[in-house]
Design a protein around this ligand. Structure first.
Ligand code: ZN
Length: 386
């Protein structure tokens, strides 16, 4: 394993985007599904620093907002900030006793912070080879972003899925390149539609994901969270084609840096582009591919958020749209968190339905069922208003 600060650049053909104007809801569902597929395409490289996938996704999102006539909240819609990220680039291979293992399915690179004592004691063997510690486990840890911290610099581990044929490793051959991108420039994408009132309602979603594991494994992130971004863009399309101003000034913020610790939304709250004192409600959408069993509203039990949530529930009851609207206490589990310290902010994710495996390369567009539930979910969400 070697550490460098370079990564190869590749010229990426930009997606040619088809435009559509939704006149009926069916076309909106079609539009959001198309956005999910385009954002989770391999050409976005898992929307992290690998091949600057985050910037490709940001440009795509800004292009959509521009086409709808949504006004920018920063130059070119981009609120830029610096962060540190790691990527796993180029060849990523491992063979044990002459057998090539499948990246992700049979081995994963894990940063030290996810390493726990119990996993260590459960590993059937550990071996150091060329400075990399390999260890065999019965179950691989969940893929998490490789996020820099002082500890992470100490050691990387490669988890190998234990199988009897590998029980006694005689020969380990691995090629992996973990690259540090220090002061990496990334961006939140922010726009707004002027309303009758200068009070704001803010719709948010994170567009970043886990990048790549070498040049062959892409973390597509359809459910997490191309689906939330597509839904925010669907809502922007709804307001921009309504033919009249919305009641509140309606703001759209699409964040990067969520996977590596809610960094984009933290920056957005610390460097606000809108007056948070005039913000009536923040609606954060993350994991929207499902919905057959309804939705969960995180921070839906708070005193400040109750009036909005009750209105959504009453509307849902009347219209019989979703089987259930569940409520949870607040938690720092998505981008609503920093906002919730300043103004009413909720986080909505879908329950049940169709979506690919969380934080795996199998979270792909074809497994995403957003077209089944989008219209119902959005009709409920948009009934926050007085
Ligand atoms: Zn995630």
């Amino acid at each position: 394993m070697k550490y460098t600060c370079k990564y190869s650049k590749r010229i990426v053909a930009l997606l040619v985007l088809l435009s559509s104007v939704p006149t009926v809801m069916g076309q909106s569902a079609e539009y959001v599904k198309r956005v999910v597929c385009e954002l989770s395409d391999e050409g976005m490289y898992g929307r992290s620093c690998a091949h600057k996938g985050d910037s490709l996704a940001a440009e795509y999102i800004a292009g959509q907002l521009r086409e709808m006539g949504v006004k920018p909240l920063a130059e070119g819609y981009m609120q830029k900030y610096l962060t540190d990220l790691y990527s796993v680039d180029g060849e990523c291979s491992l063979s044990i006793n002459g057998r090539q293992l499948k990246p992700y399915d049979e081995f994963r690179i894990v940063p030290i912070r996810t390493w726990t004592g119990s996993l260590w004691s459960n590993s059937s063997w550990q071996q150091k080879s060329d400075g990399i510690v390999y260890m065999a486990v019965k179950q691989l840890s969940m893929q998490v972003p490789i996020k820099p911290s002082a500890d992470d610099l100490l050691q990387w581990y490669v988890q190998v899925l234990d199988s009897s044929e590998l029980f006694q490793p005689r020969k380990i051959e691995g090629v992996m390149h973990v690259n540090l991108h220090r002061d990496y420039v990334t961006q939140n994408v922010c726009g707004y539609i002027e309303g009758e009132s200068d009070s704001t309602v803010v719709f948010t979603a994170h567009y970043d994901h886990l990048g790549m594991m070498g040049d062959k494994v892409c973390f597509h992130g359809a459910h997490d969270n191309a689906s939330g971004v597509a839904s925010v863009l669907g809502i922007a399309k709804h307001y921009s084609t309504m033919g009249k101003k919305p009641h509140y000034t309606t703001v759209f913020m699409l964040f990067s840096g969520e996977e590596a610790g809610l960094q984009g939304s933290k920056y957005a709250v610390e460097h606000p582009l809108v007056d948070l004192k005039k913000t009536k409600l923040v609606v954060n959408l993350d994991l929207l591919c499902g919905g057959a069993e309804g939705i969960m509203i995180v921070n839906g039990k708070g005193e400040e958020t109750q009036p909005f949530v009750k209105r959504m529930q009453a509307f849902n009851e009347k219209e019989q749209l979703l089987p259930e609207i569940k409520l949870r206490d607040n938690a720092a589990n998505s981008d609503h968190w920093w906002f919730s310290q300043h103004c009413p902010a909720i986080f909505i994710y879908t329950l049940g339905g169709r979506y690919g495996d969380y934080h795996s390369p199998y979270d792909t567009c074809d497994k995403c069922g957003i077209e089944d539930s989008y219209e119902k979910v959005v009709r409920v969400i948009l009934n926050f208003e007085f």
